[in-house]
Ligand binder design. Structure first.
Ligand code: AMP
Ligand code: MG
Length: 879
């Protein structure tokens, strides 16, 4: 059957006009695939790469450099399609910097080198059948680029994709070109031969080639590496870079013990169970940058000798026949990697080069950094960093993953990254003009980033506005609050009181789990050897005792004996297995007939199998939940060191307030805020208590607060903070170091916050929230809840904003962030839809109670129409 697959494949390759070498290589790999080749390199067959030459320490004269470059050609691997970045054409046609594509920059780099060194330095692309036309079109802008007697590109070979079931060529009539794939970049050596380019280069007196990926703009044709290779007569040189934690996945070089040759081990070549060696960046401390230098004469000799089959290790790739459609059938692509040819040549070497020679653009995160002002192009079109600092770390939301979506969100270019160390974007805001990122930047849930915004700059402490002018932004006010807060002290807390709290210190097991070898079945403890052959003819064993859970057997089970045993009971001495009661006649005394053989360890849970004494069972930072307390209890811990649960005292103010349950007099209302804030505080994980509401008297309020600071970790008041004649909270606390500010939000504009001083100088945060029930609730959500979570060390502190489609339009004040109430649900497609509640005034308690989310209208938006997407804070988990 599989021979038929090979024959059919070869026929197709012939029909396509592929040369005999390409077919021979295909046959070679096909046989390996059929034989079940894995292509792995086990750790014990290699040693870490020994000390390698550092490029930094190579010194080369100008004459040597020029002489080497005059015999060198640049070959760029240019077959990549950028499907991972949502592109359909050649990846190198993507605009990457200053309006130039990868190919423009490569062409300019080559022209600059030629001029600087006065050498011919040919550039040749290895294209796939899908990238050639588009790429040559770009290069046609540079009339001086082509070199007499050489093409600007050659097309890499193709091979049929194979059906995994029977290894026959796959059929895909919808797009027959998708039935073919390039055989990986290791095919470059074969394609150099079949295209005639290898001989053309040698005929021109070009002896060396520098091979690298076109998406790596750091891979310039370095004269020093070239001269070093020439001076030492090396057949093959691979550039490596120091490995950091983020390079754990890339392939690395190592020395094969069998013959001392350097080999490349890529991710796909790691033997099962050896990932930890592969990831160990101390053991294998460099990675393969895929910048390769090769002596073309040696290559020619090797290719002739081996009839075109270098025998590079096979990489078996499983993909979908249509890479853009994950539902299309799976296929096998047999590939090989360019760098693995290092093992083919005796005397191959590695050279350690700076990180700047490895700057691939694999994701839109990379694209953002390279497009930004963190890098610039110098006069020879080399990419150079603006400063000495490390490259900024960028992590964009998945909404930016594909280039077209990325472009849409940066219509005026990417932000300035010169002063940025990291940028994380959650959500999918569109960025305005001239945005600057400074230091560490986290953007979470913005709808858009305004023109000229400076992100991440540390806030200069904002003084409360002197008189009623000027508003503090929501973010500024929250930051001002959070900056005053420290995590709650830690405390050893009984398990039943620790739920939802954050563990402060790692907890280690005091015992082994299981604590002793025990049975996982009801049955009989035996020596497995006693039941040899019991599968064929039943064996009878003498019952010598019985062990129940909690028992402590003192007898020993000998050959030919059995002890009745229950699930969880300790295994008696001598026994090494349990036979399940179902496999016996179930006798209680005398002899038991056993109808199955067993093996040592069967149905035995060995001591320490789950947890070994001393192992960390719960780590600092974990939130205590049901499963945590189960483990702690199982390991004998009655409690755990956690950040203490803060105690919140809630206090409403207003002469009109009456406790619910009592009759209302004229002008009176029931106090609802106390209960709402109490419930919200408990819901946020704090403990809370309600103090009887105080009237509109400053003295009364100060008296109660004096008492409260002794026991509270936080105080929340409601009412009395606006401009009215009886706004006692404001007038009483203003002199006490509490700031009263106006925040650019709706509702919730008047806000008070500060620290009260308790006994012994204890600082107690106090939130003075406005009295309207909806304002009070929104203020709690926006400011108090994150603060309580900060105290408890819970993260994230803020609720995540999620996009939802508005079902009806809303209006909003200019310059204020509006938190409207909405009922959010899921549409049939799984997206969120938000229906704003009818009553958006601050006194609508019933509509507030009906809502399950807040929708957020940004400061600069005054109107949203039905169908627009708005950010929502979902309040109830179920939605
Ligand atoms: P204030 O912020 O004190 O001016 O109060 C604003 C509005 O909220 C007034 O209509 C008050 O009656 C109302 N209000 C204040 N405190 C409460 C409370 N604890 N429960 C319900 N409504 C309140
Ligand atoms: Mg009031």
């Amino acid at each position: 059957m599989t021979d038929q697959g090979l024959r059919a494949s070869v026929d197709l390759m012939r029909q396509r006009g592929l040369g005999p070498e390409a077919i021979r290589v295909f046959e070679h790999y096909y046989e390996q695939l059929k034989g079940g080749a894995q292509g792995t390199i086990p750790e014990d067959s290699i040693e870490p790469l020994r000390e390698v030459q550092r490029l930094r320490e190579v010194s080369v004269s100008d004459e040597e450099a020029r002489a080497a470059l005059s015999q060198t050609a640049i070959i760029k691997l240019n077959g990549g399609l950028g499907t991972g970045m949502g592109m359909t054409g050649a990846k190198s046609a993507l605009e990457v910097k200053d309006g130039l594509t990868f190919l423009d920059i490569i062409a300019q780099q080559v022209l600059a080198l030629r001029e600087r060194w006065d050498v011919e330095l040919p550039l040749v692309l290895m294209n796939s059948f899908r990238t050639s036309e588009e790429s040559l079109e770009i290069l046609s802008k540079y009339p001086d680029l082509p070199v007499e007697g050489l093409p600007l590109d050659f097309i890499q070979n193709a091979e049929p994709k194979l059906c995994p079931e029977d290894l026959t060529p796959v059929q895909w009539p919808a797009d027959p070109e998708l039935e073919w794939c390039p055989p990986g970049h290791g095919d470059i050596y074969v394609s150099l031969v079949t295209s005639g380019v290898l001989d053309a280069l040698l005929d021109k007196g070009i002896r060396y080639a520098f091979l690298s990926n076109s998406d790596n703009l750091g891979a310039t044709c370095d004269p020093e590496v070239a001269a070093w290779m020439v001076a030492h007569g090396l057949p093959f040189v691979a550039e490596v870079c120091k490995r950091t934690k983020s390079d754990r996945k890339g392939g690395h070089l190592a020395v094969r013990k069998a013959d001392g040759r350097i080999v490349l081990r890529d991710t796909a070549m790691v033997a099962e169970g050896e990932e930890r060696f592969f990831r160990d960046i101390k053991r294998h401390d460099t990675f393969n940058a895929n910048n390769i230098w090769i002596d073309l004469r040696v290559l020619r000799e090797r290719m002739t000798e081996m009839q075109g089959v270098l025998g590079l290790p096979i990489i078996v790739n499983r993909k979908n026949v249509d890479p853009a459609d994950p539902a299309s059938p799976e296929v096998i692509q047999m590939e090989s990697a360019m760098g693995t040819a290092i093992e083919v040549f005796e005397g191959s070497e590695a050279i350690l080069v700076p990180r700047s020679r490895f700057r691939p653009v694999k994701t839109t995160n990379d694209l953002l950094v390279i497009r930004s002002d963190f890098f610039s192009l110098d006069e020879s079109y080399h990419v150079v960093a603006a400063g000495d600092g490390p490259e900024p770390f960028v992590d964009l939301d998945s909404a930016y993953r594909f280039v077209p979506n990325f472009e849409k969100r940066f219509p005026h270019g990417v932000p300035s990254m010169k002063e940025c160390t990291s940028l994380r974007v959650i959500g999918d805001p569109v960025f305005g003009r001239n945005v600057r990122c400074v230091g560490e930047v986290l953007i979470d849930g913005y709808r858009r980033v305004l023109d000229d915004a400076v992100l991440g700059e540390l806030p200069t402490p904002v003084a409360p506005p002197a008189s009623g002018t000027g508003l503090r932004t929501v973010d500024e006010h929250l930051k001002a609050i959070l900056s005053t807060l420290q995590p709650s002290p830690t405390q050893f807390t009984p398990l039943t009181e620790a739920l939802g709290l954050v563990v402060a210190r790692d907890v280690r097991a005091k015992v082994d789990l299981p604590h002793f070898d025990n049975s996982s079945m009801d049955g009989y403890a035996v020596q497995a050897a006693s039941l040899e052959g019991a599968d064929g003819s039943p064996v009878r064993l003498r019952i010598v005792g019985e062990v129940a859970a909690g028992g402590d057997p003192t007898f020993t089970v000998q050959p030919g004996e059995a002890a009745r045993i229950m699930t969880g009971a300790p295994l008696p001495a001598g026994a090494d297995a349990v036979i399940a009661v179902e496999d016996t006649d179930g006798a209680a005394t005398g002899e038991v007939e056993c109808r199955a053989a067993t093996r040592p360890g069967r149905y035995v849970r060995p001591r320490g199998e789950d947890v070994a004494t001393g192992a960390v069972i719960v780590s600092a930072g974990e939130v205590v939940g049901a499963r945590t307390v189960a483990l702690l209890a199982a390991c004998g811990h009655a409690g755990v060191e956690v950040h203490r649960r803060p105690h919140v005292v809630v206090l409403s103010t207003g002469a009109e307030l009456v406790e619910p349950g009592k009759p209302l007099g004229p002008g009176q209302i029931h106090d609802s805020n106390s209960f709402m804030l109490w419930a919200a505080a408990v819901g946020a994980g704090a403990s809370a208590e309600i103090r009887a509401a105080v009237g509109d008297s400053e003295d009364e309020l100060l008296d109660v607060l004096d008492e409260v600071v002794a026991e509270a970790d936080a105080v929340i008041t409601s009412g009395g903070v606006s401009m009215g004649a009886y706004d006692v909270v404001k007038s009483a606390l203003k002199g006490e170091g509490i700031d009263f500010v106006k925040v650019a939000m709706q509702p919730g504009k008047p806000q008070g916050y500060g620290l009260l001083t308790g006994p012994g100088g204890r600082r107690v945060p106090i939130f003075a929230l406005p009295g309207n029930p909806v304002s009070s609730f929104v203020s709690f959500e926006v400011f108090v809840r994150p603060a309580l979570r900060r105290l408890m060390r819970l993260s994230p502190e803020k609720r995540r904003l999620r996009p939802a489609t508005l079902i009806s339009g809303v209006e909003s004040f200019e310059g204020r962030r509006q938190f409207g109430r909405a009922v959010v649900s899921r549409s049939a497609e799984g997206t969120l839809v938000a229906v704003p509640v009818a009553g958006q005034g601050s006194h609508f308690v019933a509509d507030l109670s009906r809502a399950n989310a807040l929708f957020v209208v940004p400061e600069d938006v005054t109107e949203l129409v039905a169908g627009e997407v708005v950010d929502v804070l979902v309040l109830d988990q179920e939605a």
